[in-house]
Design a protein around this ligand. Structure first.
Ligand code: DI6
Ligand code: FE
Length: 406
């Protein structure tokens, strides 16, 4: 007998489009999907949940966030609306460095307190897997603190956390004028130590005029490769640096942002199977006007993921459903593409596609159950959260969870 069966649901399996199965049921055994099919064929299980005709999708996956950080930058938001640019603010010592100062002053508990409301908001919307980057510490100790906070979130809350080391996010003041020396230190000391502690699932960098050059990024990727860690990249966000082609050359999991991506980059990504992670929250919040080249990405068959990029400077967004809406409204992604972008392709962007992202027998039983008439409603209803129930590894929970007391 199975542990759990959810009957009377419409399944969006996300295998080939929505992959809808109407009047269906899905069974769980040992935390994995054991069976799915027509409701009439469902066998009895130890626990039965009646879905009441609602839609059941894979649990949502937010595959690009900087959700662990201290402080906020609403002052810079005001300055940008008054005419200052993101790059000008960064060059004047604000931007990422403002958050670095606040984050360095925080310990793990303070980071957890600051991040909790943001994480809980994502979980209420059916997020069951969350990627969290470091990159606001920029010292061994402070990057470790961020990554420990990220791991702690995965232990304290019903969410699977994938960590990404983003030590090459900005040049810390201690290394002013010595970017190559910082990258030396990162490759020789920071990354190996953090990886040795089990804190790093993937490695990322910010390849940009205000970040690091492609040569410096390549050195970071070589260090990751020596440790057997997969890579991804903030690429072509503000300008074309050839980052997408670089990360593809390393067999990278994803290239993220991509507003200024060229055809060469697209071809390289298609050849390597590198996912395009699109971040409409940052595009919207920076009032960007150059959209990522969606038609060319589609034509090349590059998988498209969508994420919040939750961060204090360019995307203070804690709703993956709103990111889906923005991807559709701002760029004309289809609602089916947006949902695939937060499930099957987001899983691929984390290297977890064998385990999560679709409803298929053998995959982890991570589900969200929605009070909607059709799957397109998820991208459609701006600001509405129709999530009724979430299942994490076969364990049902209410969408709204609170921070555990300790
Ligand atoms: N690109 C982004 O959009 C975030 N990081 C990055 O490399 C922004 C980070 C910040 O402004 O705090
Ligand atoms: Fe980012």
């Amino acid at each position: 007998m199975h542990d759990l069966v959810i009957v009377n649901v419409q399944l969006a399996t996300m295998v080939d489009g929505y992959g809808a199965i109407h009047d269906a049921a899905i069974a769980v055994q040992g935390g994995r999907i054991a069976w799915l099919g027509a409701r009439a064929d469902a066998a009895p299980a130890a626990q039965t949940i009646d879905g009441g005709g609602a839609w059941l999708t894979p649990g949502l996956i937010d595959c690009h966030t900087h959700i662990v950080h201290a402080g906020n930058r609403s002052d810079e938001f005001e300055a940008r609306l008054d005419g200052a640019s993101y790059e000008e603010i960064a060059r004047a010592g604000g931007g990422i460095m403002a958050t670095v100062r606040a984050t360095r002053a925080a310990d793990v508990d303070a980071l957890l307190r600051a991040s909790a409301p943001r994480v809980l908001r994502l979980l209420a919307e059916g997020v069951t897997t969350l990627e969290i980057k470091s990159g606001y510490g920029l010292t061994l100790e402070s990057e470790a603190t961020m990554l420990r906070a990220a791991r702690r979130i995965g232990q304290l809350l019903p969410v699977r956390v994938a960590t990404t080391f983003l030590g090459a996010h900005a040049l810390p003041p201690e290394f002013a004028g010595r970017a190559d020396a910082y990258i030396d230190d990162l490759c020789a000391t920071m990354l190996p130590q953090l990886a040795g502690e089990g804190l790093v699932d993937a490695v990322d960098a910010f390849c940009e005029r205000i970040g690091f050059t492609s040569a410096q990024t390549e050195r970071v990727f070589c260090a990751a490769a020596r440790l057997g860690l997969p890579v991804k990249l903030h690429a072509e966000q503000l300008s074309d640096q050839g980052g997408a082609a670089l990360v593809a050359r390393f067999g990278g999991l994803s290239a993220d942002h991509l507003e200024h991506l060229t055809q060469d980059g697209i071809d390289a990504m298609a050849g390597a199977g590198t996912v395009a992670v699109l971040l409409p929250g940052a595009y919207y919040f920076l009032r960007e006007t150059v959209a990522p080249p969606l038609a060319a990405l589609r034509a090349a068959g590059v998988p498209l993921a969508v994420a919040t990029d939750c961060n204090p400077g360019t995307s203070p967004l804690t709703s993956l459903l709103l990111a889906m809406n923005m991807a559709c409204t701002l760029w004309r992604m289809t609602p089916a593409e947006a949902l695939a972008g937060c499930t099957v392709h987001a899983a691929r962007a984390l290297g977890l596609h064998d385990d999560i992202g679709t409803l298929e027998v053998g995959k982890r039983a991570d589900f969200a159950l929605w009070d909607i008439a059709r799957p397109a409603d998820l991208a459609y209803a701006m600001g509405l959260n129709p999530c009724r129930l979430v299942v994490n590894g076969g364990v049902p929970r209410a969408p709204v969870v609170s921070w555990p007391r300790h």
